[in-house]
Design a protein around this ligand. Structure first.
Ligand SMILES: [Zn+2]
Length: 277
């Protein structure tokens, strides 16, 4: 796990084991607000130990940005904290997250101790705010990667935890391109000093618009390329020949995992567009 301080009392933890997943923490005198956890217990425990020293009251809230395993599997380490999420996250954790954990535990002994904590505070309107120790955070519904996605905006430091709304490559297999576009547009409306992606490096102020525009352009490009393949009756598998660079994004980030995410996007989009006519 890699730890960095991005602003006063705001930390980002990045997994060195799986897909550079990030978790974040806002440390106050009254306790810590944790934004997501890390995929594997060893790293989440390391993060928990650091936060225990950082603030005596400990972690008071764990905000889950969406139900996916890689962001939620460490919440069991904070049994005293309230778990905050979008209402759809609660539903998706019950319906999909819990059975998926059971299946994962059969394959991965390290996950044996993991259990899913369900959200105790949920919201289903567009936005709520959360306050602790004088810090104000806005929790903003930002679906598109998943239906339950939220971003966390720390007002006074202008730090945005964008989660998987912003990634080195948008991932839409479990989501929707049109909805994600709307959420990406919400990102650039916020004044931002640091943007924490759900995976990969922290983005600085001057780069935010460039990154968001590259994501929007990528979504347009894959839709066009998939539509063209369908129109010319190309086989679905032929889409794998269209690499990520030809869709305007680098193949380097996340140790190359972006190409796999890109291929999965193309295949999912093909099935979706074909079904939709
Ligand atoms: Zn995700």
């Amino acid at each position: 796990m890699f730890r960095e301080r991005v602003s006063n009392d705001i930390y980002v933890f990045t997994s060195e084991v799986y897909a550079q997943v990030t978790a974040g923490a806002v440390v106050t005198k009254e306790g810590v607000i944790l934004i997501d956890t890390l995929p594997f217990p060893t790293e989440s425990r390391e993060m928990a130990a650091f936060l225990e020293h950082a603030s005596r009251p400990g972690v008071r809230y764990v905000i889950l940005t969406h139900y996916h395993a890689d962001h939620t599997y460490g919440s069991y380490l904070f049994p005293q904290a309230d778990v905050v999420a979008h209402a759809d996250c609660l539903e998706l954790l019950e319906k999909l997250g819990q059975p998926a954990l059971k299946a994962a535990q059969a394959e991965e002994p390290e996950l044996e101790e993991v259990s899913i904590r369900l959200p105790t505070i949920t919201f289903d309107e567009g936005e709520i705010s959360l306050q602790l120790g004088g810090r104000v955070m806005r929790l903003i519904h930002s679906p598109g990667h998943t239906a339950d996605g939220i971003m966390v905006y720390v007002e006074d430091n202008r730090v945005l935890f964008a989660s998987d709304t912003v990634m080195p490559v948008p991932a839409i297999v479990d989501g929707n391109t049109d909805v994600l576009r709307e959420s990406l547009k919400k990102v650039v409306e916020l004044p931002i000093e640091n943007l924490v992606q759900g995976h990969g490096e922290v983005i600085l102020r001057g780069e935010v618009e460039v990154v968001v525009n590259a994501s929007l352009n990528y979504l347009d490009t894959i839709e066009k390329k998939v539509a063209k393949a369908i129109k010319s009756k190309k086989a679905k598998e032929s889409l794998r020949k269209i690499d990520i660079e030809s869709c305007g994004l680098s193949r380097i980030p996340l140790n190359g995992l972006v190409q796999q995410i890109h291929e999965a996007n193309m295949i999912a989009l093909y099935d979706r567009m074909k079904a939709g006519g």
